[in-house]
Every structure is written in C-alpha cells, then in structure tokens.
Design a protein around this ligand. Sequence first.
Ligand code: UN1
Length: 496
Amino acid sequence: MADTYKNFINGEWSATASGGTFENRNPADPTDVIGVFPESGEEEINEAVKAARSAFQGWSHTPPPHRGEIIRKVGDILAARKDELARLATREMGKIVAETGGDVQEGIDCAYLFAGEGRRLFGETIPCEFANKFGMSIRRPIGVAGLITPWNFPMAIPTWKGFPALVAGNTLVLKAAEDSPATAVKLMEIFEEAGMPPGVVNLVHGHGPTAGAPLVKHPDVGVVSFTGSSETGRLIARECGGMLKRLSLEMGGKNAQIVMDDADLDLALEGALWGAFGTTGQRCTATSRLIVHKKIAGQLTDMLVERAKKLRVGNGLDDSTEMGPLVNEKQLGRVAGYCKIGVEEGAELILGGERGSGKLAKGAFFMPTVFRGVTRNMRIFQEEIFGPVVSITEIGDFDEAIETLNDSAYGLSSSIYTRDVNRAFKAVEDIDAGITYINGPTIGAEVQFPFGGNKNTGNGHREVGTVGLDVFTEWKAVYVDYSGKLQRAQIDTFEG
Ligand code: UN1
C-alpha cells in the first residue's frame, strides 16, 4: 500500500478540500508507488500564503541568531538521517544513493553556512558628509518567499533557497517538484522537529500550472525563487515582471568541458565521465559538450567510449550501480528525441542512443550516449537535453575552444583541462559563464560560493554563498543625525 502524504500548512498536515491526489512512482521500477500526494491548487496556496503572512510578524522579529539556531538543528537532524533520506530520494527520482547522499549533504552544508549567517547578516557602516551623523546599511526581510524547486536535487535546492530566506527573516511556501514530493515532506517534518514555529515554513504539493502559478501570482508573495526549465522560467518572469515582484531564476545549461592538447587525459576522462553521466546527466551543471583539441580528440573519444559503455546502469538503490534511470518516461522520450535529432543532423552516434533493454526495460533507463562530429549549428550542440548524452566537437586551438564554448544561449558551468597556467587564467577571464573549473568537471559546486549563470541561464541573481542572501533581503540605508540641527545633504556642503 502506498503511503498517503499531505500538505504542511500553518504547522499542520492537511489534505486538499477537493480530495484530489497524484501518485509518485519509482523511475527504476514503476510498479513501486512511493506515495499518493494532494493535488493542490489555488485554495491551498492561498491558505499557505496566509499562514506564512501571519507567521512573518513573529519570525521577522525573532533575533537572527535564534533563527540560525533552528536552521543548525535542521542540519543536525539531516546529518543524523542522511542515509534514510538519501534512499527515499533515490526511490523517488532515481539517481544513485551516493549522489542522493551528496544531495542531502549539500542541504547539511547549507544549514551550517546559513545558521552562521544568523550571527552575521552583515551590512556596512559608511561615513556621512556631516559631523554628528551616522550612516549604515542593513538587510531587511521581504516577507513571504515562494519557492518552486525541481526534482533533480530534491533536498539541496529547497534548502539552499529556504535557509537563506529563513535566516533573513522571511517565511516561505514551498511548491516542491511533483516527481520528488516525499523528500520535501521529510524536510518539513525535520523543520517541525527542530522547533520551527507554525506557519514559517509551508509545503504545498501539486503541479506547476495549478499550484505553482497561483503561488507566483499571489500578491502577498514578495519574492519568488525558481529552479527549472527556461520555458517555465520565462512564464514566471512575465508574471513577476507585470507585478514588479522580485524573482530569482535558475534555468538551463549547456555546459562544456574543454580538453586542450596538453591536458592530463586520464584526469580529463574522469571529469568527463562524472560530469556527463553523474545524476544520469540530469544536472543543470551537467557536461553536455566536450570541446576537444583535434590532436588528442581520437584518443580521448576512444577512452571515453571504452569507459562509458562499461558504466553499470541500474537501480540507484543497488550499491554497485553507477548510473540510475531518468526521472520518468516523459523525460526519456525527450532524451531519445534529441538522439534522433542528432543523427538526422549528421552527428555520429558512437555509443548508446537507446533505452535500456533486458531487465532495464521496465524502468526509465537510458544508456550512456556519445556523439562525435558535432558542429556548432546542430541542435544537440545548442539545446539542453538533460540526460546522459555528451557531444564531442573538435577544435584547433585555444581561441577556437573558448569561442566554441561561448557559442551558447546559456552560461552556467564550464571547465577547461590544461596544464598551461596562462591559458587557465585566460579561460577564467574569457569564458562567459557563472562557474568555471580548471582541471575539474562542470559539476560539483560548493555552497559557500555563488551559484548561478549568465545569459539565458538566469536573470542576474546568484544563489548560496555570501551573496545568496541578496535575493531574500531588501537593503535599507539608515541615517542617524545626532547634531540636533537640520543638516542638508548636497546643499550644506563642505567649504574647505
Ligand atoms: C542543479 O543541477 O540544479 O554543482 C544543481 C552541482 C551541484 C548542484 C547542481 N552542487 O552540480
């Protein structure tokens, strides 16, 4: 029997008024139903926002170190339950347990980073132009934050949006992905156990058009943070733009790894395998393009195919599995569709390009896929696939490598393998992306650094790191005049 899960609104677990539900199934084994979840809509969103709005008064006046203390406790509980949470996340979205463990770890890291922020939340003190006048800038919370999160990092992303929002004094409503709702339920239970007051964190299950949209449009939601497809991001941006609402978008990527002719090829190979096939290629930071110097392209391609074809594909709960399934059949159809497009465009499919067979046939398994001879005009070079598909493009020199990498509508993550320190630093300057790795794969960002991308990947914001607070705070300039007289800025100026 599948478990029945509920929404978490105002500190209570509730079903929807209509009683509508949706199921969540294991992509490795579709007969395994993880749970039945409330199919929520505007009514539930309104209730959740109302709860968050009333909790804002108390929470925003709770001293930030106390807010940080609750977040630290959440981190401690996540750490104690890491394995159990990882297994649940694997069951619902498919990636291997080592990686869902990493996903939970990213949540723990965020908890400790932002718990400490409760004792900082630094502003500035700035000299004023008059004597007996003091100036400073301070951060103020915005109000209710609406968070819309994807299934590929079911714990990391809700926490890396949630903790900075909370430590800054906002309350929140989370609309978690319909493919990974059980992990979000666990996170709410942990908030409860850590002593979060009712209404500060709320969870509403459902789909984008019916539950996400009313959250975005709600006039009492002051800031929206979304991670997901560029298509949905654009719709949200239109809504928020019309309402002049703050919005942080984290969307697609078409990340490339450059391998120069002086690179350590064994190292570059490990990076490419991990970057392209880790999380079954379903990271926004995944390596989907390999830009390889023609002198070593043949050798590296052979090495890659040799290793990729041996990757053990299977159920992520099995410890020997190296690559799990895609998240669902719909996603598999999309990935298979791109493979077909690649072949039609004239790229050479040298590995994979098909779903798993034999005992893999019943799950959403797709085999590691490599294309070579991929040119810049091809759709498989330009468009995000979100699956275990990597395209190889050959280049003749460093300048061409950078130009090829930058030939993308996206700009999230990037990497270059070279032993030449001059080229490495030049790449840091010239690559148009939010993240650049030298001699490391395109995946594996750490939470103490700003995360986000340029061009169509985002809309100018960064998550986590020190700057992650900016999305969830308004800066206030404060002037304290203790001169006892009117001092007119820009008029009663210094006369020398
Ligand atoms: C994502 O795919 O949306 O850098 C996030 C990484 C992870 C985060 C990925 N730490 O690959």
